[in-house]
Design a protein around this ligand. Structure first.
Ligand code: CP3
Length: 356
């Protein structure tokens, strides 16, 4: 049954009361709960030995599409660290794969395409993601949400520019030169491709929200390779289109991009409720650039995580103190957990933040 006020079902955790008063959801809506919420981008997988044991013998994207396994990996960091949110174990290229594009994740490298998308006819061959194809996602999210109780699940998707960069480059690249070349030389094909990316990411986000995710995050890992003007003209409208897929669902939305310090002010009109800040910009400064109007998420520098605890602690205290300038603050890293991180450090950070 759908609630009369919302596209969410009445049994969604935001509507039946399970997560609506959780520290994460409250902070994302601009409130300051007694304990600041903390979770970590890329907390699922990577540094956890229990993750490596669960994943043994299974390809990364196969693991993402096996609901029991994806659910188990999603829950592992919540059990271990006591974080205030789970983040769905999946990948930004999953909706691309589910739309029929050949892609694998190569360990230590990232997504690699069987055939890069480089011409107008490559783009015209792309098909939408069919709703039935998203069943493994819906199934995994449903299991996770049932197990989580009052801890919210963060769903996510890749922003159109980051997805398009992988599709055009065929894999990770240093400065997205081929992608930016298409943007320059064939703006119509570019716009068609970014719309397709926005739509597959939008379908992926919506599937997670409908199945019970309480917050979503859009990741734009490569946006920092763009000029402010190009971001504004050639990319931002497509990121807004990805968020528009959630119109009617009053779920808090986080927008996180790397290297976007000089264009932060362009983000709020695209639809996010919270802006994620990478490690480059102190939170008080980010808050000034945003006019003090939005909750912030971030921004512990992952480079501290392998250092002595006294340095980690001083840095976390500084991040939380600067975050106090913003209307609300969700403590997180300034980018994902590096694979070599000692999980014990993450647990201690959660304890420290909860004691502050
Ligand atoms: O814990 C979480 O945050 C949830 C799961 C998650 C993964 N990828 C799982 C994963 C999330 C949110 C992502 C997002 C993602 N994937 C992004 C955006 C965030 C960012 O970090 O900038 C990007 C660019 C990708 C694409 C991708 N997938 C890359 C670049 C890599 C790294 C390759 C490597 O081995 O370092 C992956 C692989 C990947 N995605 C792993 C995990 C747990 C590692 C897979 C393994 O253990 O072999």
């Amino acid at each position: 049954m759908t609630s009369p006020l919302s596209a969410l079902s009445a049994s969604h955790p935001l509507l039946d009361g399970r997560t609506s008063d959780s520290p994460l959801v409250r902070a994302a809506r601009g409130d300051r709960p007694a304990t600041p919420p903390v979770w970590f981008m890329r907390q699922a997988g990577r540094s956890l030995p229990e993750y490596r044991a669960s994943r043994a013998g299974t390809e990364m994207l196969d693991a993402c599409l096996t609901p029991d396994l994806a659910a188990e990996i999603t829950l592992q960091p919540v059990r271990r660290h006591g974080v205030d949110a789970a983040v769905f174990f999946s990948d930004i290229v999953i909706p691309v794969l589910l739309a029929g594009v050949g892609v694998r994740i190569v360990a230590g490298r990232g997504p690699v395409l069987d055939e890069p998308i480089r011409t107008a006819s490559d783009v015209l061959r792309l098909r939408p993601v069919e709703p039935e194809a998203l069943a493994p996602i819906t199934d995994a999210v449903s299991i996770v949400v049932r197990e989580l109780g009052d801890t919210p699940l963060v769903g996510f998707g890749g922003a159109p520019y980051t997805l398009a960069s992988y599709l055009i480059e065929g894999g990770p690249s240093k400065d997205q030169l081929r992608a930016r070349a298409m943007m320059r030389t064939d703006p119509r094909t570019w716009a068609t491709l970014l719309n397709w990316c926005a739509d597959v990411t939008g379908a992926f986000l919506r599937a997670q929200v409908e199945a019970g995710a309480s917050v979503v995050q859009l990741f734009d890992s490569w946006a920092g390779s763009l000029s402010r003007t190009d971001y504004q003209r050639r990319v931002a409208p497509h990121s807004r289109r990805a968020f528009d897929a959630l119109r009617g669902f009053e779920v808090p939305k986080i927008h996180f991009g790397l290297g976007m310090g000089e264009m932060l002010d362009l983000l709020p009109p695209l639809g996010a409720d919270v802006i994620g800040i990478d490690w480059r910009l102190p939170l008080d400064e980010a808050n000034d650039r945003l006019g003090g109007r939005l909750p912030l998420q971030g921004n512990i520098d992952p480079a501290f995580l392998t250092g002595p605890w006294n340095l980690v602690e001083a840095h976390v205290r500084d991040v939380v103190a600067r975050g106090a300038a913003a209307p609300a603050h969700i403590v997180n890293l300034g980018h994902g957990v590096p694979p070599e991180t000692d999980p014990e450090v993450l647990t201690r950070i959660v304890e420290l933040v909860h004691d502050l």
